[in-house]
Write a protein that binds this ligand. Structure first.
Ligand SMILES: C[S@@+](CC[C@H](N)C(=O)[O-])C[C@H]1O[C@@H](n2cnc3c(N)ncnc32)[C@H](O)[C@@H]1O
Length: 393
């Protein structure tokens, strides 16, 4: 009899990565690889099987595959995450929005759809509802349960906590008054069909999920979201994802400091803000190596820009980092590296670069470090990243 659990061989991990890419669109990068090694070992052990047997059974075992998807996907979320987007929804979008559905298309453990329900309730929009979907059935079950430990309530102001939650033992439960506003259902964004309820969709929140998908899937998902949205419907992406360029079915709208995408646009693809040209690169004083000429920071920034446009954030991080080491004083490069690190979920590594960008902006308050943004706006944006507001209101 073979041993239970164990560490999967590289080929085995690659087989599972391919399966997850086919079924869930997940991008097989290095971050996924190390996560997969851990998840496969844990799942095989939980199933009481040797890893190789376990993996061999996955393609024909929908339940086991779903459980692995539940383990592998990242459910990080919070109430009023990127609060400015909810301010805009409440103050700029809802007042003229017709009755319909707001879709939280990767709702994780539910903080996003419940936040949307709170905003609808606060604005008295009883004619709108929230559709909450996710590929993970475990996450959906938690989302629908609407029961959170105190530490999971971050982002909520005390007023909202008191108004929308009831204390139940050590946990907080969503107040029944909000429950009628939200419908939950499993939906894989990579699937060809849209959820039925999305047919009256006016706004989609599809935040912090596209970063996990392959470029091909991102394009197809965006195409379907454009189909789902009523004309002039709006798409909110994750804060850092909103620097991406999207296919021409969306046009970019800037509302206050936030980028939102409008469906039905016929504009050409919106270019992600490219780093402004940096100062002339510092060429090393030693004689250049003929076989391998030094890569200039312009070239690195071009590489990073292309990687961003293609959604390859990991490659963008590498290129921005190299450029930042060549020009540690350049606030624009520091800012782009910070955004890219933030987008791959490495907030801790992003912070020193946000600080460096801020120092550069403060040293030269007139410097334009991000195309389309005034220095004061960039300063506010960076300050928000360095110390996000504690409450959601
Ligand atoms: C980091 S959470 C984002 C939660 C929330 N949108 C937010 O921004 O706080 C990513 C979620 O995407 C879900 N997900 C990953 N791949 C998906 C797919 N192909 N279809 C639908 N959801 C997916 C994961 O299960 C996870 O719950």
């Amino acid at each position: 009899m073979s041993a239970v659990g164990g560490i999967a061989r590289d080929e085995t991990v690659a087989t599972v990565a391919t399966l997850l890419c086919d079924r869930a669109g997940l991008r097989g990068d290095r971050a996924l690889h190390s996560r997969l090694v851990r998840c496969i070992a844990a799942a095989a052990e939980a199933a009481g099987r040797d890893v190789e047997d376990y993996v061999a059974s996955l393609p024909g075992d929908a339940g086991a595959l779903q459980q692995l998807v539940d383990r592998v996907t990242v459910q990080e979320s919070s109430f009023f995450r990127d609060a400015a987007q909810f301010d805009i929804l409440a103050e700029e979008v809802l007042p003229s929005l017709e009755a319909g559905v707001i879709w939280s298309a990767a709702c994780a453990n539910g903080q996003e759809p419940w936040t949307l329900a709170m905003v609808l309730d606060e604005q008295g929009r009883t004619d709108c509802s929230v559709l909450a979907t996710d590929i993970s059935v475990a996450a959906l079950a938690r989302a629908a349960e609407g029961r959170y430990a105190e530490r999971e309530l971050r982002g909520l102001s005390p007023q909202r906590r008191d108004r929308y939650f009831r204390k139940s033992g050590t946990h907080y439960e969503i107040d029944p008054s909000l429950r009628r506003l939200v419908t939950f259902g499993r939906h894989n964004l990579v699937a060809r069909d849209l959820p039925l309820e999305a047919s009256r969709c006016r706004v989609v929140f599809c935040r912090n999920v596209l970063i996990y998908l392959t470029d091909e899937e991102i394009i197809r998902v965006l195409d379907r979201l454009a189909q789902a949205l009523m004309p002039a419907g709006l798409l909110f992406l994750g804060y850092s994802e909103s620097l991406w360029r999207l296919p021409s079915r969306f046009s970019l709208r800037r509302i206050r400091d936030t980028f939102v995408y409008e469906a039905g646009g016929s504009a050409p693809p919106v270019a992600a803000p490219r780093p402004a040209s940096p100062p002339a690169p510092a060429i090393p004083s030693r004689a250049p190596d003929r076989a391998a000429p030094p890569v200039t920071s312009e070239r690195l920034l071009e590489e990073a820009g292309t990687a961003l446009v293609e959604g390859d954030l990991a490659a963008a991080v590498v290129a921005f980092r190299k450029a930042a080491y060549q020009h540690p004083e350049d606030a624009t490069i520091a800012l782009h590296l910070a955004f890219a690190l933030d987008a791959v979920g490495d907030g801790a590594a992003a912070k020193p670069w946000f600080r460096r960008a801020l120092e550069g902006i403060e040293a030269d308050p007139a410097a334009h470090v991000l195309d389309g943004w005034s220095p004061a706006e960039v300063r506010r944006l960076v300050q928000r990243k360095l110390s996000p507001p504690a409450g959601g209101s």
